[in-house]
Each structure stands twice: as C-alpha cells, then as structure tokens.
Ligand binder design. Sequence first.
Ligand code: ATP
Ligand code: MG
Length: 379
Amino acid sequence: MHVLVLGAGQLARMMSLAGAPLNIQISAYDVNSETVVHPLTQMTTGNDLASAIRQADVITAEFEHIPLDILAVCEKSGKFLPSTEAIKAGGDRRIEKKRLDDAGVKNARYFVIQTYEDFHKAIEHVGVPMVLKSALGGYDGKGQWRLKELDQADTIWAEMAECIAATDHQAIVAEEFVPFVREVSLVGARSANGTVAVYPLAENVHTNGVLSLSTAITDQALQEQAKQMFTAVAESLGYVGVLALEFFDVSGSLLVNEIAPRVHNSGHWTQQGSETCQFENHLRAICAMPLGSTRLIRETTMINILGEDRLPEAVMAMAGVHVHWYGKVKRSGRKMGHINVCGDSSGSVQNKLSDLAQWLDQAAYPALHEFVRKSSTQA
Ligand code: ATP
Ligand code: MG
C-alpha cells in the first residue's frame, strides 16, 4: 500500500514509522515547498503532485489548513480520506461550528463577525468575557483575542479588522468564554464500515495556547459522554480515519471546543500507552484494514518538547521514558519532539514526572512543573 499524506511534518513522519511494519509506504506533500518528499528524510522523491496522486492508493492529510485547489484535485482522484468536508470543517471555524450544531453536539455559544456592527451584535449575543478566533488559519492559540472588558472593544476591533482584511473569506468567530475545570480530548478512529474505536480520554494542559502536557485518564462517565459526541460527529461527517475532539470539561459536562480531522498531538501518548497507536489506526482505517485495539496498556503522560533540541542524558536513561524527536531545526517555542513517560500505575508516572522536573527546566517545561506542583499538593 502507498499512502500520500498532504503535509510533511511530524505527523506524516510518525505515520511513516507506524506504517512500515504493515508494509504501508508513505510519501508526503510539503505544501510550502510544493514538493513530494520522504517524510523521514525530507528528501524529494522527484515526483510532482499529479504523479504522486496517480501512484498513491490512498491520500490523507496531517493538517487542516490545506489550499482548497489541492484539496479539490485530491478529491477528484477519489482516493482522499477522511473526506474533504471533514478537512474543511477543521480548517474553517464557521464550518466547524455548523457541523457541530448539525451533529447535535454541545459547543460554546458563538456568533460570526465580519463587520464592526457584527462585533457589537456578538457582544450582545455571546456576552463578555468572550474569546475571538479567526475563522481561517488559527492554530496553537494564534489568531485569537480575549475581550474581558467592554472598553477593550475598539482596540481589539482594530486588530481583528486588519486580520479580516488580510485574507480572502476571513471572518472572526466570537465564542462565550467557557469556565472549564480542565481540557480533555478524545482521539478515535472510524472505519469505512462504521466501526468506531476510541482511546481513553487525555487530559491536556496548554501553556500560552500550545499543548504542553497530555495524560491518558480513566473516567467512565466522561468517557461515555465523549464517545457519544465523537460518534455523532464522525457519523455526520461520514468520517474514515483518526479524528480528535477537544473538549472543555465544565464540572463533568463536556462542550466540544474543536474538531481536528487527523491524528492529534494529544494522542501521541498512544505510541507507548496503547495497544495500537493512533498513527497505525489512522493507516488501518484509511487502508481498509480492521482497526487495532485502543486499549490502554500502561499509564502514560506525554510532554511536548518546545524549542529545545537536546535532553540531559539522565532523562534518556530513565526507565519508562520514551523520546520522539521530529528531526526539525530548532526555533523558539517550536514543537521539536515529545517524551512519553510510562509507568505501571499513575503513582509511578507521577514519581517519574517529579524526577524529570529536576532535569527539565521550568522555563521550557512550565506545564510539567505546574503538574508536579499540583499533584504534590493534592497528595
Ligand atoms: P489548536 O492548536 O489546538 O488547534 P487553536 O489555536 O486552534 O488550538 P483553540 O483550541 O480553539 O485554538 O484555543 C486554544 C486554547 O484557548 C484552548 O485550548 C483553551 O485553553 C482556550 N480557549 C479557547 N476557546 C475558549 C473559550 N471559548 N473559553 C475559554 N477558553 C478558551
Ligand atoms: Mg485547540
């Protein structure tokens, strides 16, 4: 089997690693350089997009901000999964919100803004405080504003107006500020015959809008709620592949924050913590193979490595610590890799996180230190 992935970053790389044992070969289309590359070496294959599409058995994507003309060509080939509609929902918050409403899934109250008048209607409809997000192109908390007090409105509007003017079809989606107790996400797979297999929920800690720490959790009631919402969204999109839903947990009641129509950073823990990792299950789903078990096999926490390209030897030497580098050039705040920390019990993972905090500094790993601090006060 040959799979062409749109996007040539770490997610395509990890799909390639997971696909090899199944004899699934991956090539990746880098939309920035417009070249087809090998996702591990980044060497160009010499193929152009048209011939890569012809040669592929299946085409998929590792991100949602794909130029629409490329998406259209892929769709025309009849080989694209999960579905171009799902990618569009992930890449445009207006479509995403409508899809969530259509699937009957709870999400934050919202209003779409194009003009200054709309902004004021949004303030009436949604209320203050509110979170404002660009409809197109947002990720890792970029393209967002927080309106906490009405007197900030004009300053924020000036920035939003500039954002709307800068990109065709751009708009802002205003959302009520959700007073969540924590953020969780559900990663799962749906196959073409409608079988759904979800992983245990992950609890996620973001620092400055970027995912920093993710821990697989066991919470039956929340898991059932999340699975029901996941199934509703996946079915309404006719989805095939791995899908992630990000949720706000408002005292035990879930609201969907976002849909990610792809393998997801909050599912990286599955590489060590689950019987079948999310990358393999995505490939299984899109290549019409049976889904693998999503069972938790050991307690795992994932820590993102942001803006660093080395780790102390003591970290590498710790049992139950698995390092995954992405082979990227170091840049401040950039996702360079992640560490999966595994143990026989959540207590043992906890102890390892405390040990790691001695080696990984507070500035680069704020969520780790915060997590260790919180857990020690709870203990
Ligand atoms: P991602 O990289 O996950 O795609 P993103 O930039 O698309 O992120 P969101 O996930 O929508 O953006 O928002 C980033 C973070 O901002 C959320 O994880 C959450 O912590 C906070 N946030 C977003 N929307 C709201 C809201 N309506 N109320 C409260 N906090 C919010
Ligand atoms: Mg998000």
